[in-house]
Design a protein around this ligand. Structure first.
Ligand code: ACO
Length: 440
């Protein structure tokens, strides 16, 4: 294990901060988790010193305690409930991972069957929801539609909105995991003008999703098992990622005791951005823009000179500074899907060449920039037949379980408190009000 991932024995019980101006000292307790960096508890700092800490993008701030997911970014380790993502992707199913994220342990056979039964039997959405879609333009971005319809779920499922009732929390978690694929597929169908396909209970989670997206009522549709397995793996790889931007958004929204449907809609809004879940769409658009491998050097020149804020999309990660373990699993899956479909995608060749050149370029080496999960997911999803606008929606389908597990964990904390960061104010100091007639 790396330095940062060593089993946690605190180096000391407290650290002492000295205010060099006044000479006053403040003892701040050090808290340890199971593995990973210790944290300095600054909760009392303001009371003691009258000072806040300043960490605008949370690069050094642990915002909560969590038992769900562990990442060692230096080593490229991602674990859910103590299981590595490589093991989960290879040996388990998305339903098993969902259960483990929500409940803390991998399910036994009976628990898995019961869980799958509940998820399967919550996949239909209220018929009235179908009419929501008609209010959207057909060319709306699917994420815009998802923000609306997922938030709208709270208007339909009044019986699971009491966040302090464990049974209602469980039902709303099951509803969200089960209904997101249905809503996502409906969003896709609406955008292409095809009829919505109702879910089928004889199919697995991934099969059912592919069916709802690609089947039409006029003919029989057989789900390709290779694609279903790849879809399941994509869902596993995106299921949770500890306190990233969208998860923190869900927790922040939930900290005000908002209902879970509203919180997940907030997470979807955050995920939409190209620096987060929107990156897989941005990767394909970038490959499109580059067009040919001869144009790679010129594109990389623009990136390195930061011309027009150009970034190599699908590269870099706030936490992973060695490799993204999800990217490695997906790269293999990408080959399997393209082989199965007999596709030779020029984008894949371009992506490989871009990766090869970037990984040997000092700019990327020095900044520890490596391909992230989005670098490959877009290529697989495109091969499966999804349009680029749907990529982030699929990410949201997978991440819903992570969001709701993190939300549930937070609600179950005995000391739920509304999230309320402070600020370093840099605006005008108090000044006299100037009447309109006297203003220049
Ligand atoms: N291309 C080019 N340069 C980059 C990239 C990139 N993709 N990512 C970071 N850098 C550079 C920055 O310009 C900066 O350079 P400097 O030191 O000369 O100023 C340095 O690397 C550090 O970058 P930061 O922006 O401080 O890194 P941060 O941790 O804030 O960013 C992020 C992480 C947002 C993911 C960034 O790497 C990025 O924009 N990547 C492209 C978008 C992307 O693929 N996002 C998906 C993330 S994974 C996910 O959400 C599933």
């Amino acid at each position: 294990m790396s330095e940062t991932a060593k089993a946690a024995t605190p180096p000391q019980e407290a650290v002492t901060l000295t205010d060099s101006a006044s000479g006053k000292t403040f003892d701040l307790p050090v808290i340890s988790g199971t593995v990973g960096p210790h944290v300095i508890d600054v909760r009392k700092l303001y009371d003691q010193s009258g000072m806040f800490t300043f960490d605008p993008s949370y690069t050094s701030t642990a915002s909560c305690k969590s038992r769900i997911t562990y990442i060692d970014g230096d080593k490229g380790i991602l674990m859910h409930r103590g299981y590595t993502i490589e093991d989960l992707a290879e040996k388990s199913s998305f339903m098993e991972v969902c259960y483990a994220l929500l409940e803390g342990e991998l399910p036994n056979k009976e628990q898995l069957e019961e869980f799958e039964y509940h998820i399967t039997h919550h996949t239909m959405v209220h018929e009235q929801l179908h009419f929501f879609y008609r209010g959207f333009r057909r060319d709306a971005h699917p994420m815009a539609v998802m923000c609306g319809v997922v938030g709208g779920l709270a208007a339909f499922y009044h019986d699971s909105l009491d966040i302090y009732d464990p049974k209602q929390r469980e039902i709303s978690a099951h509803r969200l995991i089960a209904k997101l694929p249905t809503l996502a597929a409906m969003t896709y169908k609406y955008s292409i003008g095809q009829p919505f396909m109702y879910p089928r209970n004889d199919l697995s989670f991934a099969e059912n999703f592919l069916y709802m997206c690609f089947a039409v009522p006029a003919e029989e549709y057989k789900v390709n098992p290779v694609l279903a397995r790849a879809m399941d793996k994509i869902f596993i790889l995106h299921a949770d990622h500890e306190q990233n931007a969208s998860t923190s958004t869900v927790r922040m929204a939930g900290s005000s005791q908002a209902n879970p449907f509203a919180c997940i809609a907030a997470g979807i809004a955050c995920l939409w951005g190209p620096a987060h879940g929107g990156a897989n769409q941005a990767v394909l658009e970038m490959l499109e823009e580059i067009g040919h491998k001869d144009n790679i050097p010129e594109f990389l020149r623009k990136v390195k000179e930061k011309q027009d804020n150009t970034r190599l999309m699908g590269f870099g990660h706030r936490v992973y500074k060695n490799h993204d373990p999800r990217a490695q699993v997906l790269k293999k899956e990408c080959d399997a899907v393209l082989r199965e479909l007999g596709i030779t995608d020029p984008h894949l060749e371009l992506a490989m060449e871009l990766e090869r050149i970037a990984l040997s370029d000092p700019y990327f080496i020095e900044r520890k920039l490596f391909p992230n999960v989005d670098f490959y997911s877009g290529i697989i999803l495109k091969a499966m037949g999804f349009p680029v606008e749907m990529f982030t929606v699929l990410f949201a389908v997978a991440r819903t379980v992570g969001w709701i597990s993190q939300w549930k964990e937070m609600i179950e904390e005995p000391t739920l408190k509304i999230g309320r960061p402070r600020q370093l104010y840099t605006g005008a100091a108090q000044r006299p009000y100037v009447a309109l007639k006297d203003r220049k």
